[in-house]
Design a protein around this ligand. Structure first.
Ligand SMILES: NC(=O)c1ccc[n+]([C@@H]2O[C@H](COP(=O)([O-])OP(=O)(O)OC[C@H]3O[C@@H](n4cnc5c(N)ncnc54)[C@H](O)[C@@H]3O)[C@@H](O)[C@H]2O)c1
Length: 254
């Protein structure tokens, strides 16, 4: 099993779903894990379970990002790995997209990723390197009807990953992304409800169909996304940067 002993890790949006599975996987691999999420109480519940640090950090709030990163650096002595997992989903036909929803999805998915990178990079540079893993999506690989905003935020995450990887390579900071396909998390309850509304389906139908359509035969389980994240953070991936790894049971090939 890949080991992450001595690695100090900050994971955003880590109280549930893929983020929580990732926090558990990093802790099991021997890392010190900071669980950051909107709710301090939920973050601390998971942190207690895995023996980590739980903190509130809204990734749309620059002051909260800076304070959260400073707290983790102070308590752990540094951050070696950042996992930008926090993300939100919405869908709407073009006529119904509101400026507020557009801004919210960009603030969380794109701004949250970019500015959390900005906050950790000085410390990584000072300590001689690090690894960043950003959460993209198969939705960032191609557009989908009624999902213009979310798909474009995830395409932006892939682009940011590539630019930062090239910019930070001289500082020994690797930057990669993971593109999950369809993963059975609380987010998919929201996604399924929106598909029911906009594609006139029964609740649960879209979720069943997308799971059946995966070449490996099932929706992703959060831990099936977490394990490749551990790999990308580890020294076993030391020659990998600027990549977006599809972790989707074969949905997308690139
Ligand atoms: N579930 C999927 O099928 C799927 C597919 C592709 C990509 N992804 C991406 O994977 C990541 C995790 O998805 P998930 O399914 O676990 O989602 P989820 O909704 O189940 O969990 C997301 C977590 O992010 C937190 N969060 C939301 N806004 C935040 C903010 N402003 N600041 C800090 N935390 C915030 C939530 O509180 C929650 O704990 C997201 O970036 C998502 O876009 C998910």
């Amino acid at each position: 099993m890949t080991r992450l002993d001595d690695k100090r890790v900050l994971i955003t949006g880590a109280a549930r779903g893929i983020g929580a599975a990732t926090a558990r996987a990093f802790a099991a691999a021997g890392a010190e894990v900071a669980v950051a999420d909107l709710s301090e109480a939920e973050a601390q519940t998971l942190a207690r379970e895995i023996g980590g640090l739980g903190l509130a950090m809204d990734v749309t709030d620059l002051d909260a990002i800076r304070a959260g990163v400073a707290q983790v650096e102070a308590e752990f002595g540094g951050i070696d790995v950042l996992v930008n997992n926090a993300g939100i989903f919405n869908m709407a036909p073009i006529e119904e997209i509101t400026p507020e929803d557009y801004r919210r999805q960009y603030d969380v998915n794109v701004g949250g990723t970019l500015f959390t990178c900005q906050a950790v990079v000085p410390g990584m540079k000072a300590r001689g390197g690090g690894a960043i893993i950003n959460f993209a999506s198969q939705a960032g690989r191609r557009g989908e009807p009624n999902i213009a905003v979310y798909c474009s935020t995830k395409a932006a995450v892939i682009s940011i990953t590539q630019s930062l990887a090239l910019e930070l390579a001289p500082d020994n900071i690797r930057v990669n992304a993971i593109a999950p396909g369809v993963v059975d998390t609380p987010m998919w309850e929201v996604v399924d409800g929106l598909f029911a509304k906009y594609e006139n389906r029964e609740v649960g139908e879209k979720k069943r169909l997308v799971g059946e359509a995966v070449p490996l035969g099932h929706m992703g389980r959060p831990e099936e996304i977490a394990d490749p994240c551990v790999f990308l953070a580890s020294d076993a991936a030391r020659y990998i940067t600027a990549q977006c790894l599809n972790v989707d049971g074969g949905n997308w090939m690139s």
